[in-house]
Design a protein around this ligand. Structure first.
Ligand SMILES: O=C(O)CCC(=O)C(=O)O
Length: 371
């Protein structure tokens, strides 16, 4: 695989160079120990020296095998964190044709170089959902990674906060005494996060900390659907019909659905103010980053389409919400410990599965970007 770093001086060379770039970190004897440093080094040297810069010197040797006498010392300038370009061996594998990709080799426990992050960000907006699989990581790592995508929402209330950082929203069925430690009914109905706000949320990232297991099988899958693929697949006549339509998205709908399903102590009922929140958005939203058109109507929050008679509005909401969740637009995530699943709240919707109950414990931490 060629080295993809825009900054790596050996970028245009063969596979040999990508291996060299990947191994730079471990060459403690090398003062120009990252590609970013060797870029600076290569610029500062008129003739490159193996004593300061293995990449550059190997590179020059491949063109000219003659040893160079009295090569000058390089001036090495320390690269900043944002310049860190030690590339990880990241692989990105699509999960379904219309949604999702799995990321391996991404270490969330330390800084991520700009080149690696650019690759991850691109994959996210290409696939609308990323499953990052690797080892354990902390809330601080979770926050550091997700905040690279933009500003994180901080919880305005402390219902589930405890001593956690305000960027962490807890989804859990665990109780301390009589009280749930997190939103225990989050995701009961198909929805995106925050459509009842004037500026609906950006992406969310959910971290699996405890997963319920029965007979060796993990329970509590989460289903995701691509609202962008669902829009693309609509017949032209329907696309024309939806042009300019606006819909109301309300917390009230979630509250009503929870009550109808007999959910006790719903997360939505905890804050009477939250219940009142509602916002009007286009039925077809243009994605703020990709420009793709996405259906922005959900079973969990959409109450009516403005300007249509009530029965027509209801029928259209039902038709669209059923269209979105067809198998060809969906991916079902079966959780493993330490998974981080990041989804876009414009181009996807999601729904949790409640096929477990205490003493089977489920604990997830979520960060969410403000819109
Ligand atoms: O717990 C899950 O699987 C999904 C949670 C959810 O719906 C949410 O965080 O919005």
């Amino acid at each position: 695989m060629p080295c993809a770093s825009r900054r790596c001086p050996a970028r245009s060379s063969s596979a040999r160079w990508s291996w060299r770039c990947g191994s730079m970190k471990r060459r403690s004897s090398c003062r120009a120990s990252t590609p970013a440093r060797s870029r600076l080094c290569a610029r500062s040297c008129s003739r490159r020296s193996s004593s300061c810069c293995p990449i550059a010197c190997s590179s020059s040797r491949s063109r000219d095998a003659r040893p160079r006498a009295s090569a000058p010392e390089c001036v090495v300038i320390q690269a900043t964190d944002s310049e860190r370009e030690v590339r990880m061996a990241i692989t990105i594998t699509p999960l379904r044709p219309s949604i999702g990709a799995e990321v391996r080799g991404l270490d969330l426990t330390g800084p991520i170089g700009d080149g690696d992050f650019a690759k991850i960000r691109q994959a996210f907006y290409d696939h609308d959902l990323l499953v990052v699989r690797g080892g354990p990581f902390s809330d601080d790592d979770h926050i550091r990674f997700s905040s690279r995508f933009g500003e994180l929402k901080k919880l305005a209330y402390d219902a589930y906060l405890g001593d956690r950082r305000p960027e962490i929203f807890v989804v859990s069925n665990i109780k301390e005494g009589e009280r749930y430690i997190g939103a225990h009914d989050a995701g009961m109905f198909w929805h995106s996060d925050g459509p009842f706000l004037p500026k609906p949320h950006g992406p969310s990232a959910l971290h699996a900390i405890e997963v319920p297991v029965q007979d060796g099988r993990v329970l509590g899958d989460t289903h995701f659907a691509s609202t962008a693929a669902a829009y693309d697949a609509l017949p032209q006549s329907m696309k024309r019909r939806l042009e300019g339509l606006q819909a109301v998205n309300s917390m009230l709908r979630r509250f009503e659905l929870a009550a109808r399903s007999g959910v006790q102590d719903s997360a939505a009922t905890k804050h009477s103010k939250a219940q009142e929140q509602e916002a009007v958005h286009p039925v077809v939203r243009v994605h703020p980053v990709t420009g793709r058109k996405c259906l922005f109507v959900s079973d969990g929050y959409t109450t009516r389409i403005l300007g249509l008679p009530e029965d027509e509005s209801k029928a259209l909401i039902e038709e669209l919400t059923q269209h979105i969740v067809q198998p060809q637009f969906c991916y079902t995530h079966s959780w493993q410990l330490n998974d981080l699943v990041m989804w876009d709240n414009c181009s996807t919707q999601h729904k949790a599965t409640f096929d477990y109950k205490l003493p089977q414990r489920r604990l997830m931490h979520r960060t969410t970007l403000v819109g």
